[in-house]
Design a protein around this ligand. Structure first.
Ligand code: ADP
Ligand code: LRH
Length: 488
């Protein structure tokens, strides 16, 4: 039996999964889970790197006490990074992408390069927290910060560096910086120059599925090999999509919902620019997708209710939502106000009212509003994906924690008029473990990985029903979107 450790740092929780491969079947079991929510320092939201590192050590220790770990792979949410000085230390705690300070970076960037040029060169959608804008904001705040920095390491690269002492940039996550060229597939040097960002900050890019080196700082657990997996969590999730054939449609459903397909080459057409699509690097493909705000909306509502003593379980929330009136409080879940509102409850009410609706008051109404609006927004994005690619889809694969939400899965099927194939719920960890097997030479390629994921995970199918009323709601949703367009 081969034992691997898949560390998946999702935007709400981090988990260390124990992968067990017997040559034909892969099993994954959770050994440790910890929060990845940002900390607050000096008025900013920051990534608590020490907390993440300790969580990783604890999880690895739990696997290693019973089994020798052959390899470790780390994936995480995209775009966030640490700046390292000459001594290999962080120059300051990495900012978290939900920190409000990045907006200034967008303004600074567009003074130097047009958003259109940036998109055509990188193929990445405008999200105000992309690494490029975070860097521009830091540069504006503190001119000396970048000159004191020797290297920029995205979060998984930073943690790999802490384990091994080796500094690389893994390809899939590097593309989310909006600083990798779709033409050369290396760092976009002309863009860096126009933005005044030092090219020396950016380490050599390495492909997923390659060995990085031994975890020399983990002597107590035998210094396992560290592998470059697809270190962007969404890229790892796409590796594990259990699709039988191309083209396939997926929704990676967690804190965010990433809705898209895979394409052999980036699509940077006028429509892709207008609709704000991304072409993120994948394993042997590009991931043509768009960010939808996702279950973050629900997570924040849960948190706010719990803070007022109204603690309620997810199944109960879903039951209440099912009893609420359909399509009564629709809104665009991608309005920038939802990125980090002081009150999610108030932000949703405001958005519903701006669309001419009555604000939801009851918990069930609120949850129903969120889930229906997400399903309708998925449909908007799916129609755009179809228009961009000319692809025809027969089903949609929903992976990630959200694939365990039966109501959202059913409504997604109803709204898209397509069967939803739900699972795996820990897709990023699966993709992570599978790429370790590729790097170790245990399996040969992505196709084999995909069929291993198909045969090892229980999937659930939701057939579309009630499509006529969803069709109606979609027409109304589109009309309101066109009257109240929001960026992205
Ligand atoms: P991330 O990787 O971004 O941290 P996950 O993929 O773990 O997120 O998804 C977390 C979300 O999945 C939760 O916020 C919750 O809405 C949903 N989820 C997780 N478990 C369940 C469950 N058993 N039933 C319904 N929804 C669930
Ligand atoms: C999902 C994700 C997504 C990014 C966001 C910052 O966890 O990686 O793909 O856009 O986090």
């Amino acid at each position: 039996m081969l034992h691997v450790a898949a560390v998946d740092l999702g935007a709400s929780s981090g988990r260390v999964m124990h992968g067990m491969f017997d040559g034909s079947r892969l099993e994954l079991e959770e050994r440790h889970r910890f929060s990845t929510r940002p900390a607050k320092r000096d008025g900013h939201l920051v990534v608590d790197v020490d907390h993440l590192y300790r969580g990783i050590q604890t999880g690895l220790g739990r696997i290693a006490c019973a089994n020798p770990i052959a390899s470790v792979g780390i994936d995480s949410w995209a775009v966030d990074f640490g700046l390292i000085d000459e001594a290999g230390r962080l120059v300051q705690p990495p900012r978290h992408y939900r920190d409000g300070a990045h907006e200034a970076g967008v303004r600074r960037a567009v003074q130097r390069i047009s958003l259109e040029d940036l998109f055509r060169e990188t193929g990445i959608q405008l999200l105000p927290f992309n690494t490029v804008y975070q860097l521009m904001a830091l540069q504006e705040e503190n001119e000396s910060l970048l000159s004191r920095s020797r290297l920029l390491l995205l979060l998984p690269d930073l943690l790999n560096f802490m384990l091994t002492g080796v500094a690389h940039a893994e390809w899939t996550n590097a593309t989310t910086t909006q600083l990798v060229s779709v033409r050369t597939k290396g760092w976009a040097t002309e863009v860096l120059e126009r933005l005044g960002l030092p090219a020396t900050l950016f380490p050599e890019i390495r492909s997923p599925g390659t060995l990085l080196g031994p975890a020399r700082h983990l002597v107590e657990i035998g210094q396992p090999q560290v592998v470059h997996v697809a270190s962007h969590d969404t890229a790892s999730a796409v590796v594990a999509v259990p699709a039988m054939r191309q083209p396939y449609l997926y929704i990676s459903s967690g804190t965010w919902s990433l809705v898209g397909t895979v394409v052999p080459e980036p699509i940077t057409s006028d429509d892709a620019l207008r609709w704000n699509f991304s072409n993120e690097g994948g394993v042997g493909h590009y991931r043509l997708l768009k960010n939808v705000m996702g279950l973050w909306l629900l997570q924040e509502l849960e948190r706010e209710w719990a803070a007022t003593g109204e603690s309620v379980s997810l199944p109960q929330m879903l039951q209440e939502a099912q009893l609420a009136e359909p399509f009564a409080h629709l809104f665009d879940p991608d309005h920038p106000r939802f990125l980090h509102p002081s009150s999610m409850t108030e932000a949703i009410k405001q958005a519903v009212m701006e669309w001419g609706g009555h604000p939801p008051e009851q918990r069930g109404e609120m949850v129903r509003a969120v889930l229906e609006s997400l399903a309708l927004k998925y449909r908007v994005v799916v129609e755009e994906v179809k228009a961009l690619t000319g692809f025809h889809f027969e089903a949609v694969h929903v992976v990630g924690g959200g694939s365990q939400n039966p109501l959202l899965s059913q409504w997604t099927a109803d709204c898209l008029g397509l069967p939803v194939i739900a699972g795996p719920s820990e897709a990023s960890a699966w993709g992570n473990a599978l790429m370790q097997l590729v790097a170790l030479g245990e399996i040969s390629d992505l196709e084999e990985a995909r069929s291993l994921s198909r045969s090892s995970v229980a999937l659930r199918t939701y057939e579309p029903a009630n499509t006529a009323s969803w069709e109606d709601a979609y027409a109304r949703f589109r009309e309101r979107l066109s009257h109240h367009p929001t960026l992205a």
